[in-house]
Design a protein around this ligand. Structure first.
Ligand code: ATP
Length: 377
């Protein structure tokens, strides 16, 4: 069990690439933290610095309060599971799991029997007991992945590091293995740092989610907090599928948000967040579920709504995602219940109403700060 603390940590690669920029982050004992962000945002580099596979250019990294910047990887008491599993192909599952312990048996003060017990216990936890004599090539992708996790478990490390461990699995297995990893964490309670580019994986696994962009932490919070209270437009757009809709407009008469020929009467919470601002462009963000759809002929007035044309309908059983375009936007998404499924088809005219009390307002600059967070509610 361990705490992991980043204090102003940066990684600058030769040539000046600042892959990780001034990260400060305290990971608690037993916590499961997920680093998530688009390709190249620096999440793998961050993880590799914890493992000791990359040098830290600036700042300090501490495990259990001890600075480990210059501690060799093998002495950090951390186990990493890689995307490609990195199993030894010529060794059996048993040997793959036992190998690192056998190699350091004396140093770790372990008897052969203790190693055997650890391997068999880990195999039991992971459902690998019947496969101990097989070689990796005779295993499925999911089983190989479990061997890689088993190899980490037997070391009984202070912390687990996972680098995109599910990306080689098919969609169904990915969801199943995701649940296995979550169960494993509930059972072992080992501090875990997990890297993924998949925001859904991040949201379902993490006690906390760290959203990164360009080497910088954008937001670190519980999954629902990140979803409901994104600190900026990047986080709002990255977290959530389908993604949030954004409308650029301006405020008129002190209470209407206007874009194109659409007019929205902002609720008090959003109006309050605008107090003291000069009247420049502003971005309204609406999650697909904050849009409700009404087919033609049932329109109930125009205020707080957008007229458009359906393009793609995705039925999801009890609900459906409707992709549509309006005069100003070619790509909007509404997630709605399936009540109107029979009445909406591609090219159908439609109108969507915005639940403005569920919307956000963002600065229309590159930082895209969520200004509506300043007001409670
Ligand atoms: P991905 O999801 O694609 O693996 P990532 O978020 O894990 O991306 P990193 O692999 O940490 O991102 O890379 C962060 C940045 O550092 C990228 O711009 C990458 O090109 C750069 N980078 C990574 N390794 C090196 C290296 N050895 N030398 C120079 N630049 C590097």
């Amino acid at each position: 069990m361990a705490t992991v603390e980043f204090s102003n940590v940066s990684k600058i690669y030769p040539g000046g690439v600042r892959a990780v920029n001034n990260i400060s982050l305290a990971i608690h004992d037993r916590e499961f933290v997920v680093l998530v962000g688009p390709s190249g945002c620096g999440k793998t580099t961050t993880l590799r610095m914890v493992a000791g596979l990359e040098e830290i250019s600036e700042g300090t990294l501490a495990i259990d309060g001890r600075v480990i910047n210059h501690v060799a990887p093998k002495d950090r008491d951390i186990a990493m599971v890689f995307q490609n599993y990195a199993l030894y192909p010529h060794m059996t599952v048993y040997k793959n799991m036992a190998f690192s312990l056998q190699l350091r048996r004396r140093e770790l003060k372990l008897t052969r029997r203790q190693i055997d017990e650890r391997v068999r216990q880990a195999a039991g936890i992971l459902g690998l007991s019947d496969y101990l004599n097989r070689k990796p090539k005779a295993l499925s992708g999911g089983q190989r992945q479990r061997v890689a996790v088993g190899r980490a478990i037997v070391r009984n490390p202070k912390a687990f590091l996972f680098d995109e461990p599910l990306s080689n699995l098919d969609a169904k297995l990915r969801v199943e293995t995701r649940a296995e990893i979550k169960k494993l964490h509930l059972r072992l309670n080992t501090t875990t740092i997990y890297v993924t580019h998949d925001q859904e994986e991040a949201m379902t696994l993490g006690d906390r989610v760290v959203v990164m962009k360009d080497g910088v932490v954008q937001q670190c919070a519980r999954p629902l907090e990140v979803y409901e209270r994104p600190v900026n437009q990047f986080v709002a757009g990255f977290v959530g599928t389908p993604p949030m809709n954004f409308f650029t407009g301006k405020i008129i008469d002190g209470k209407y948000f206007v874009f194109g020929n659409q007019r929205m009467a902002l609720p008090p919470r959003l109006l309050q967040s605008l107090q003291g601002r000069s009247n420049g462009p502003i971005i309204l963000g609406a999650r697909p579920e904050a849009l409700s759809l009404v087919p033609e002929g049932r329109f109930a007035g125009q205020e707080n709504s957008i007229s458009g044309t359906a393009s793609v309908i995705e039925p999801l059983g009890d609900r459906m995602d409707v992709y549509f375009s309006s005069d100003e936007h070619s790509h909007l998404i509404c997630r709605t219940d399936a009540t109107h499924a029979m009445e909406i088809a591609p090219l159908s005219p439609l109108r969507v109403y915005l639940a403005l009390d569920k919307c956000h307002l963002f600065d229309a600059d590159s930082a895209g700060r969520n200004i509506s967070l300043a007001v409670k509610g």
